[in-house]
Design a binder for this molecule. Sequence first.
Ligand SMILES: Cc1cc2nc3c(=O)[nH]c(=O)nc-3n(C[C@H](O)[C@H](O)[C@H](O)COP(=O)(O)O)c2cc1C
Length: 223
Amino acid sequence: MKIIGISSSPRGKNSSTLKLLDAALKGAEEAGAEVEAIDVAKLKIKFCTACDSCYETGVCSIKDDYQAVLEKLLDVDGIILSSPNYITNVTAQLKTVFDRSPLVIHEQLFDGKYGFSLTTAGSSEIDFVLDIMNNFMAHCGGNNIGGVGCAMSEGPSAMETAIEKSHEMGKDLVEAIKEKRPYPEQKAAHEVWREGFKYVILANKDQWTHNCDYWMEKGWIKE
Ligand SMILES: Cc1cc2nc3c(=O)[nH]c(=O)nc-3n(C[C@H](O)[C@H](O)[C@H](O)COP(=O)(O)O)c2cc1C
């Protein structure tokens, strides 16, 4: 079983959010997973240009570090997303990765994967930022087991608690993957999304040939 953790703070090894990610990956490793961390803030990942060619070819037309990140994400069973709160959002570095991933959303390429999210903030909006990351995972077809955050204004003991919770959630991610933990509400939401998006795929079937072939292969559309 493989689990990847994405960090996205520009503060590198001084990042508080990275402390949560390190604890989560340690927990996952102790529970038996092979773990890897990627710092997307250190990579060269350009903005999506909305060329739409990935829908036609299944490959992003921009040649940079994104492709290697995507290959790793597709290869793992579990994904831990992490970002500090930057203006009640994730960092631009992580958002750029999200924006480069419309193919993952169109083809639900995280179907069957599990994940959770981590954040730290100066003071507030922890849940809002966790939701942004968990929404991305859900949009890509994956399952979320939760999230952990910490407001730095609450002091060192709050951070210690968040580190411990991240460690436990890392272990729990391994269990969720092992037992293929059912999340009926998330499954229902995926089905509702696919039912609606089917018509978008069909409306664009002459241009989005890769998407269309993929949906037929999966049996999500019949013609
Ligand atoms: C550009 C920028 C924007 C920020 N925006 C917010 C914010 O909207 N709300 C908040 O509570 N903290 C905000 N912060 C504080 C960071 O979220 C906080 O210091 C966080 O713990 C940094 O995590 P890191 O050490 O992993 O980079 C911001 C910090 C920066 C540099």
